[in-house]
Design a protein around this ligand. Sequence first.
Ligand code: NAP
Length: 292
Amino acid sequence: MILLDGKKLANELKQEIKQKVDAIIADGGKAPHLAAILVGNDGGSLTYVGHKVKACEQVGFKSTLLHFEDTSISEEFLLNEVSKLNGNKDIDGFIVQLPLPKHINADKVLLSIDPQKDVDGFHPVNVGKMTLGLPSYVSATPYGITKILERYGIETSGKHCVVVGRSNIVGRPISILMSGQSATGNATVTVCHSKTKNLKEMTLQADIIIAALGKPEFLTADMIKEGAVVIDVGTTRVTDTTTKSGWRLKGDVKYDEVAPKCHAITPVPGGVGPMTVVSLLLNTLKATNNEL
Ligand code: NAP
């Protein structure tokens, strides 16, 4: 069984990015600059943004965090902040960390981001380009999954890939990428969701399973074909009194019983998660180099 070690791969990719940044600076250019907008003090969001800021430091990027702790800020105020970042020539790309407070229309905010600076790849212009197979910012988690498949030399062409989950940030985009004409695509893809009947019949046919449903340990050994490749996107905090924090992360796959049946599998933590952060850095580097 091959352990698809996202943490190790992310560190390798960070070193490669750092070398590219050093070369840009040696050439008289400026360091890539990523900005993030964070509203409120949601624990998960603070952690994710913290990881992103730290990753920027590790590769020599400049980062700016606009943290509005007051969750009562208006939609208009936030749209104005986005507009300022759109116009700020020093900032190459930026993200708006979700979720936003309920009174702010997240779709409206995401639509107001300049697609050229949308390094999260959530803007419909980028989603549309990705769907058409044109150069675009691919959202970080699906991008990270394709990098794992590419770097570990997992064959996808002609394989049957079953994606469990159809969210706009994971399931839907990765299903499009897996069926696209690319080195990590050309798979025959089945997308499953909560209304899918006989899910086990589907997953048992899969050469590659991408589990992105957010239900801890949902996929069990009896649902997986011998020799399958399993990508576990799920990250749910479950109570664990033996840890300092009182919780630990669980994936969507019952790892201990599934792993022995697999050709390759990502762990949780240390699989898709670290690759998501590094993918954001890769997108920011593309923005700096005006690659799109
Ligand atoms: P989401 O928006 O809640 O979507 C979950 C999807 O799973 C939905 O399409 C839902 O179907 C489907 N689903 C739910 N229960 C199901 C069931 N019993 N059988 C089949 N399908 C079912 O979640 P998400 O944002 O895609 O995230 C999924 C998981 O990935 C979460 O644990 C999240 O924390 C994690 N995640 C991790 C990273 C990372 O970097 N590692 C990044 C993003 C997300 P319906 O559409 O019918 O409701």
